[in-house]
Design a protein around this ligand. Sequence first.
Ligand code: SF4
Length: 259
Amino acid sequence: MKPTCFNKLPAPWRCGASGPKLSWSLTVANKPFVVALEVPRVKLHLEDIVPIARKLADRLMVASIRASGCKIACKRKCDACCHYLVPLSAPEAMELWHNMCQLPDEKRKGFLEACVSASRKVLDNHDSMPQSLSELSKWYSALHLPCPLLSHRLCGVYSFRPISCREHVVAAGNRCRIDGISAKGLIRPPYRVGEALAQLSAELQPSWPKAIMLPLGPAWAAEASAAPRRRFPAEELLNRLFEALQAQQNQQVAKTACA
Ligand code: SF4
């Protein structure tokens, strides 16, 4: 099988001396999914791996959609899932923050104000926050909070939107609703790249939170990025990311998603 190659590496990856060409093997719908990458000899912050993780999540999702045989319901100006809880791993929160800092002043200010107001609502309801993830999603939906990065029913950060958003794809024939969609209508990703990133972060930066609700992400990341933090060899970051993915139980592509 032809390996998946990421030709244009993000900026921090282009600074080091060229290194070995490595490859890692995953499985999608019982077929090998091989990723090959020339890894530079460079030390990077943990969040520098996020652009690669995003591309990987996209490609795994495309492979999963193809294998399911489903058409997808997701289309422009459908923002139903932008009212759900979006968990960010800490490296994603950092990278989102770095990208938001590059936005034009007015846009950035608008998003940050929306994040502050959504965070206030989350914190005001903190006492009733449940522990389990499924209950937490319901609790969040009941707050009726549109994503603070939504702009005129479109994602305002589409090119660097979180991995959870990329892994949430609904099969055609299912009706998307702001108050939730049955898991049956979702085309599942074969691997959860965001969770692998969270695991990597727990191992390498244990003082960082395992997950952050999106509205709270920029405030946390602004503070965390001002603190000194370690760099890691690029090869180690990638090897550990793929180890975390390979350790996940490969999810079967759900043929039943198509209605
Ligand atoms: S980041 Fe973008 S895609 Fe994700 S929930 Fe927010 S607006 Fe929607």
